[in-house]
Design a protein around this ligand. Sequence first.
Ligand SMILES: C[S@@+](CC[C@H](N)C(=O)[O-])C[C@H]1O[C@@H](n2cnc3c(N)ncnc32)[C@H](O)[C@@H]1O
Length: 292
Amino acid sequence: MTADRRDVTPEVVGELYDQGTELLSALMGGSLHYGYWDGPADSGSMAEASRRMTDLMIDKLRVCGGRRVLDVGCGSGRPALQLARTTGAEVVGVTISREQVRLANLAAEAEGLDGQVTFHHGDAADLRFAPESFDAVWLFESLLHMPDPQHVLKQLATILRPGGRLVIANLVQRAPLAEAEETGLAAYLRITGIASIAPLDDYPGLITDSGLVLDELLDVSEHSIRRTLECVLAGLSDTAVPEVAETDAAGAAFTHARAVVEQFAATRGIGYALAVASKPARHAAVVGAAIT
Ligand SMILES: C[S@@+](CC[C@H](N)C(=O)[O-])C[C@H]1O[C@@H](n2cnc3c(N)ncnc32)[C@H](O)[C@@H]1O
C-alpha cells in the first residue's frame, strides 16, 4: 500500500473539506472527483467529464425509483443529486465535513430535491444505520481518506440489503513507484488528507473479506487521471493567489500545493478504478450454507 498514513484522522479530513470544498469544487467542475473523458479526441470540460464519471457510477449502481441509496463521503452533494435526478431513487449522503452538509443541503433545496435527497454529518467508520436498510451504496472517491477501509466495507456490507450493490471509485496504485515518486506522493497525501492509495490488486481481497462478491474491477486510468490533473493545474494557475490566500504564509502554502500537485501529475504508477460488488441474495446464502 502506497505511503500509508494512519495519522489521517476523520477530524483532520473534516477540517480540510470545511475549508477547501468551495475552491476544490470550482477546480473540479462542481463535484470533488476525477473526470471521465471518452478518449484523446474528447475535448469536454472538467465539469462535463465530472458528470460523465458520475453517469458511469450511476450505471454501475443500477438503481431505480423506490430504491434507497447511501452515498458515503458525499462531498458537495452534486453526485447524489445527479443520481436522484437520473434514477428517482432516494439518496442519503454522509460526510465528515459539516460545511459540506450545509452546502449539499442548500444545493438539494435549490434543486427542489430536498424531499428525496438528504445530507448528514457522520463518520463512515461509525455509521448508525439499521442492518439491511439500503438497496445500494457508493463510495465515490472517499474510501482513500479512511484509515481502515476493511472495517468500513464490512460495516457497509451489513447495512446493504441482500442482492444490493456497492460501487467504489478510487485512486489506485497500478505499478511500483520510484523512491522520488514515493516522497512526492507522501507530500500529496499529506495536503489532501488521503490515508492511503491501495494497489488495484488489493481490491478482490478487500471486497471478498467484507462478505461481498466482486462483480467488476474497471481500470479507467486512461480516461481520467492525466486530463483531470491538467484541468486542476490549469485552474490553479488561473487562480489569483491573493484571492484564496490573504497572508504571505497562506500564499506560500498555495504555491507549495501547486508544486505538489504538479509532481503528483507526473507519477505514472497512479491510476483510477471502479470496483463493483454485490451482497449475495438471501437464497444464495441459504443454498451455500446447505451445501457446506
Ligand atoms: C474527494 S471527496 C469526494 C466527494 C464526493 N463523493 C464526490 O465525488 O464529489 C471525499 C469525501 O469523503 C468524505 N470523507 C472522508 N472521510 C470520511 C469519513 N471518515 N466519514 C465520512 N465522510 C468522509 C469527505 O468529507 C468528502 O466529502
